[in-house]
Design a protein around this ligand. Sequence first.
Ligand SMILES: Nc1ncnc2c1ncn2[C@@H]1O[C@H](COP(=O)(O)OP(=O)(O)O)[C@@H](O)[C@H]1O
Ligand SMILES: [Mg+2]
Length: 229
Amino acid sequence: MQLKLDKPFIGINHLNAHLAANFIDTDLEPPFIALLVSGGHTQIIKVNSYSDMQIIGETIDDAVGEAYDKVARLIGLPYPGGPKLDKLAQEGNPFAFKLPEAKVGEYDFSFSGLKTASLRLVKSFTDKNLPLPLNDICASFQECVSSTLYKKVKHALEQTGFNQVVLAGGVAANSEIRKKIFSLSDLGYKVYAPAMKYCTDNASMVASAAYFFENTFDNIDVEVFSRVK
Ligand SMILES: Nc1ncnc2c1ncn2[C@@H]1O[C@H](COP(=O)(O)OP(=O)(O)O)[C@@H](O)[C@H]1O
Ligand SMILES: [Mg+2]
């Protein structure tokens, strides 16, 4: 196959691209802990150098973005419900309802129990024909998710001794997750998150990944995977 512009070709791992969004217009250099939260992934990654990184924790079921979109659908918000749920949450009381945090591995996540608990909470109103306290449900869900993420990332920083943390992926646009992760700077950590326009899938992050992470050229017929094993 001939490339029209006759430019070199580099195959990119989409997740690396989300991480690399943090190199755009910043002084960030490894090592750092990354929290990658998107529609398909929830991972804590130990980035030792540009060429050496390990996934130290991940979700055992739903990704954060997926949980947001599913709970949003449950309360009648159109897809993708994540950003809309975030907006309603900002008007609600985060402590109105206590929702469960999953007990899983040190750095792992599980959001299916939270999804079921949210369903039960919604039903407790609809079964009695009561109006849904939408803002409070959204705020309580958002509090549960963001505090779980915060605790695990803080633990990863403490255990590795790394002093920098990076937020990445489409859900990095979430107001409360950003707020909690940025509050780690009060504890002396350097915190990075992409500008809003670089959070969801975009071309700049792909170029940044090519430059920083994957700067060896590939053949144009390199295989494409929808999930990297
Ligand atoms: N402010 C927000 N709060 C919560 N979720 C959000 C927010 N903005 C975007 N999302 C979620 O981010 C996901 C899309 O991110 P993206 O990185 O494009 O995912 P993927 O590449 O895995 O499909 C969707 O699930 C969407 O609901
Ligand atoms: Mg993406």
